[in-house]
Design a protein around this ligand. Sequence first.
Ligand SMILES: NC(=O)c1ccc[n+]([C@@H]2O[C@H](COP(=O)([O-])OP(=O)(O)OC[C@H]3O[C@@H](n4cnc5c(N)ncnc54)[C@H](O)[C@@H]3O)[C@@H](O)[C@H]2O)c1
Length: 120
Amino acid sequence: MRIEGRNFLVTGGASGLGGATARTLAAAGGNVVILDVNAEAGQKLAAELGPKAHFVRTDVTSEPDVKKAVAAATERFSGLNGAVNAAGIGTAEKVLGKNGPHPLGPSSGRSASTSSGPST
Ligand SMILES: NC(=O)c1ccc[n+]([C@@H]2O[C@H](COP(=O)([O-])OP(=O)(O)OC[C@H]3O[C@@H](n4cnc5c(N)ncnc54)[C@H](O)[C@@H]3O)[C@@H](O)[C@H]2O)c1
């Protein structure tokens, strides 16, 4: 696939798999629109990649957000040629621990160790 001069949208593009994808596409000469809920990290990466990159704060669970981001991406780079969907939250945890299989929710390990609110 030709990447040079083509325009790509990368969801979750501020870090992890999406961030690595954005970097790889830009290094290969592609234009990259980074969509992510993390504005600080997304803007930082877009600045690092220069004029080939553009950040749009987007929550991929929001249809209006995604429509706005696609419109912004199309306007900035005159069309889209591809999209990589990497938005999500990656956690590392045992599949089967002492208390059974891990829950399917995103914060099963974190809430127990980081909760600081009052218990009710
Ligand atoms: N890293 C791996 O080895 C691996 C392997 C298989 C699958 N995955 C899956 O791929 C996805 C990405 O993994 P990662 O390691 O890159 O995670 P990561 O946490 O490093 O990056 C995910 C990015 O998605 C963004 N994001 C989260 N919710 C969003 C939303 N609603 N809208 C827009 N952006 C959002 C986050 O802000 C973050 O920048 C996860 O769903 C993970 O479970 C990861």
